[in-house]
Design a protein around this ligand. Sequence first.
Ligand code: UD2
Length: 328
Amino acid sequence: MATYLITGAAGFIGSSLARAVLKQRDQVRGIDNFSTGKRENIEEILDQIDFREVDLLDLDALHSVCQGVDYIFHEAAIPSVPKSVLDPLGSNRANVDGTVHLLIAAKDAKVKRVVYAASSSAYGDTPTLPKHEEMVANPLSPYAVAKLAGEYYMKSFYRCYGLETVSLRYFNIFGPRQDPTSPYSGVLAKFITQMLKGQAPTIFGDGTQSRDFTYIENVISANLLAAKAPASEAAGRVFNVATGTRVDLNETFQLLKKLTGYEGQVNYGPERAGDVKHSLADLSRTQGHLGYRPVVNFEEGLRRTVEWYREQAQGAESCSNQASVSRS
Ligand code: UD2
């Protein structure tokens, strides 16, 4: 039985990975500082994992957390383009300094491999589509720069210290447990919850910007493959994780109308600073080296995600009805 350390274990992606590792009957150690993660995401699995509230900037704590760990899934981050534009120092501290701290602790503890949550934002506004890993990076926002710096540190720790590292460039991940409540939340989580409540979502710009939106199960699959792929195929490398299809925001809004039953309009607002116009992944390297294939396509992922948020909303409503009945 292997031990997996998941950073950001109380976050959307980390908590989903924790469930997947438990399902394959390996051990999970999880850390989170709850800056964006939520205890409720891991509540039902807390008794099955070794969870510790630890900040990535605490090197002593990381040294102890990494003892006895075989693999690390490094998901902890402040994941937002607009937040990084407002607070580049905060983004750098969490996303770069935090990553270097973790790498040092992983190297000292002789961890077998670190799999890192990199970002498609590294490609920035390069006009070429689809984006392939050999392209020169062109990060736009401070967030994109920070995530790319993390990739370079991954490579550097492999080359300088022999610590096996793999960087997975996630393309706009969505699915159950993604937080819809922050102004910095991913667009699909926001739009779905707004439309289920009958509220009009706002598209920043004209809605022709496109994304390779990727359902969470694809990310889980890519991480599990990346942890176990032979070093000759994976170590020190960068891989796209996506579906290899893209959809623009206007089309997405129309699809969501059907899935949510929302009948109102969409608002249009100013374009967001640091925003990338189009994003689409070439998956040939990930397929060739890791054996990755998308397991759930965009529309099916969207359907499952809408259902999940609908159930959450219904659960919350029935709780508040019960509370008002017991008060009266
Ligand atoms: C970037 C990365 C993504 C991931 C993410 C973490 C790219 C192409 N993608 O996602 O891989 O690292 O950062 O946060 O760089 N939007 C609206 N209305 C809203 C909210 C967003 O129109 O209420 C637009 C936004 O302007 C953008 C698109 O929706 O054009 C997607 O925005 P997002 O914040 O969901 O993700 P993005 O693309 O910044």
